[in-house]
Design a protein around this ligand. Structure first.
Ligand code: XMP
Length: 618
């Protein structure tokens, strides 16, 4: 029996990410439901418990609870966020209901007493995502760390070896999160014997059992996930039993179809390309809501697939496979207690029905992106596939924002340029908002709010085109964005205005009535292609994790019809993200290039971290 760490899933998106972090330290981590009977925890193989975060509050009537007996098992326990509050609340301390909450970066200081922070500098950055907070620790617990807004950020019960923290150790932006996990694993005294090779062996058995004598069809997209899923199935079942189906949705990047055909055929794929762009665009006509767009794209995928199956009479002996990875399922609300942030195309209701009937195979659905890439390398896939930036299944369909109404705003008093002087005490808003909402995520919940536009002299395009200090200035803007979004409840993103096709300040904003149309797809393809080319030319492609380019039906001062948002992303697994800190020269070059297109009125840079923004705009 392998020694293991048990993660108790209190809901939301956290348990699997914690499991990922523990597996990275070569330790087996299993996720158990909070209803698991106490006896199961008494097994000798269980060396430690981690209580995950979750979106609920201990004050809610049906807040998630586990058996209190876990506190007397004598094994080390680590409570994170909701876990921190649950431990305090259950063992007699006081949790206080928060009002606004704290989301994003926080400076943490520990008192050097607690072994869980061994090797962590006295001051470092951890990521917060909470509303409630601990007001008074339970008896037996001492405070071992604080942040500016959270006096009881880290607690320790020496005798019982229980450690709890308000912040999320598991997100990449918590600088020393992995170090804290490492310390916890040391305290548990567990063996480190989990490997990707072991995952592969276990997955082979699982896939063979589910597939039986059937053959498998897989929708491929040319992205990392479906390519790795494809290679994995070929490895397990042999090339003859696995067919790739590539749907050209008309919502792909420029030249994408050719790239995918070439690179997948090179790994021996039996590939069929279906050109269905007109069908997708037709179905998206007069559709404006992001969730509705996702659902329609999901259904259209399924209709295309069904037509193909019918035409080739493939129902009986074939299973459909998808390259779903873990973050796709959680944001759809696919795990216990998780809020629906948005529906991923491979979790559309019709697909979900097939999953429930056992008709869909998802061989990498437990993995995170970094693990998918490690598996891809283990399977011998070429680097240009393994290290591609992720691209969402619904493609440019999500990145083309739509508006069902036309709106004109004119205001000579738009308060541009006041950002530098911004302090939280000020009454006046130091920004203007754009009249188009997009999806974000705060405290595990979906938000749908306006972006704020900042224009500030900390960053002036003309005067700082070769500014070597761009990364630290971008860092400042990102920090400012977090503060503004924490403070003003009507916004969920901040945009920095990079460059415009007009002179001077914004005097008029026009929101244009638009849905997804061929012409708009082409405008975005050109801008996106330019961004990708400049990234490659300047050898910066590997410096960002992903780079969505977004089209907004918004224009200014009577110029153009659309605007572009650049969204360079620094992340490891898409669960949390910060702004890709590229050189200023890059942004200047790209903005100037994009503005050659007369359809474009302005180019923005999104300076919002995740949370409170999401990576994609929709
Ligand atoms: P968000 O926008 O939620 O994105 O921060 C997280 C990651 O997921 C990708 N994404 C998708 N991938 N189908 C996919 O295959 C989808 O429907 C989808 N939506 C978002 C996104 O590009 C980012 O890497």
């Amino acid at each position: 029996m392998h020694e293991k760490i048990i993660i108790l899933d209190f809901g939301g998106q956290y348990a699997h990410l914690i499991a990922n972090r523990i597996r990275r330290q070569n330790v087996l981590a299993e996720i158990w439901s909070i209803e698991t009977p106490l006896e199961q925890f008494q097994d000798k193989s269980v060396k430690g418990l981690i209580l995950s975060g979750g979106p609920q509050s201990v004050f809610e009537k049906d807040s998630p609870k586990c058996d209190k007996g876990i506190f007397d098992l004598g094994i080390p326990i680590l409570g994170i966020c909701y876990g921190h509050q649950f431990v305090t609340h259950t063992l007699g301390g006081k949790v206080l209901p928060g009002k606004k909450g704290e989301f994003g970066r926080a400076e943490f200081t520990h008192n050097k007493q607690c072994p869980i922070f061994e090797g962590v500098p006295e001051q470092s950055i951890f990521w917060m995502n909470h509303v409630d907070e601990v007001g008074e620790p339970a008896t037996g617990f001492e405070v071992v760390g604080t942040t500016e807004n959270c006096a009881n950020a880290a607690l320790w019960n020496r005798e019982k070896r229980i450690f709890t923290v308000q912040f999320h150790l598991e997100v990449t932006h918590s600088e020393y999160g992995n170090k804290v996990f490492e310390n916890f694993l040391n305290i548990c005294g567990i063996k480190r014997d989990w490997t990707m090779e072991r995952f592969l062996e276990e997955e082979k058995k699982r896939v063979k059992t589910q597939v039986g004598e059937k053959n498998v069809f897989l929708f491929v997209s040319g992205g990392v996930d479906s390519s790795v899923a494809f290679a994995l199935l070929v490895e397990i079942l042999g090339a003859k039993r696995v067919k790739g189906l590539f749907v050209d949705t008309g919502l792909l990047r420029k030249n994408e179809v050719e790239f995918v055909e070439k690179s997948l055929r090179a790994i021996g794929a039996d590939l069929t390309v279906l050109r269905e762009g007109d069908r997708f665009l037709e179905n998206l006509r007069d559709i404006y809501e992001p969730e509705q767009k996702r659902e329609i794209i999901g259904h259209t995928f399924l209709d295309v697939q069904k037509d193909f199956f019918d035409k080739h009479d493939l129902h009986e002996n074939w299973l459909l496979a998808q390259g779903t990875i873990y973050p796709d399922t959680i944001e759809t609300g696919g795990t216990a207690h998780a809020d629906k942030i948005k529906t991923h195309h491979n979790r559309a209701p019709q697909v979900q029905k097939l999953i429930d009937e056992g008709k869909i195979l998802e061989p990498i659905k437990e993995l995170y992106k970094d693990e998918v890439r490690a598996l891809g390398e283990l399977l011998g896939l070429p680097a240009e596939l393994v290290w591609r930036h992720p691209f969402p299944g619904p493609g440019l369909g999500v990145r083309i924002l739509c508006s069902a109404e036309k709106l004109q705003i004119t205001n000579d008093e738009l308060p541009m340029g006041k950002v530098d002087a911004f302090t939280l005490q000020k009454d006046e808003k130091p920004f203007i908002t754009l009249p188009i909402k997009s999806v974000g995520v705060q405290g595990d919940f979906r938000t749908y709010k306006y972006p704020a536009i900042l224009k500030s002299s900390i960053f002036n395009l003309q005067s700082s085109a070769t500014d070597a200090t761009a990364p630290s200035r971008l860092q400042e803007l990102e920090k400012l964005s977090t503060n503004l979004i924490n403070h003003y409840s009507d916004i969920n993103r901040c945009l920095f205005l990079l460059d415009t096709n007009f002179e001077g300040n914004i005097r008029e904003i026009l929101l244009n009535k638009k849905c997804v149309q061929q012409k708009r797809v082409e405008i975005l393809q050109r801008a996106d292609d330019l961004v990708m080319r400049v990234l490659h030319e300047m050898k910066l492609y590997g410096d960002v994790w992903q780079f969505p380019v977004v089209l907004l039906p918004v224009s200014f001062n009577g110029t153009g019809e659309e605007s572009i948002v650049l969204r360079p992303i620094d992340s490891v697994d898409a669960m949390s993200a910060s702004v890709g800190k590229l050189p200023w020269e890059f942004f200047a070059k790209v903005a100037a290039g994009i503005l050659q297109d007369e359809a474009i009125s302005a180019v923005f840079l999104d300076v919002t971290s995740k949370p409170p923004g999401t990576i994609e705009w929709e």
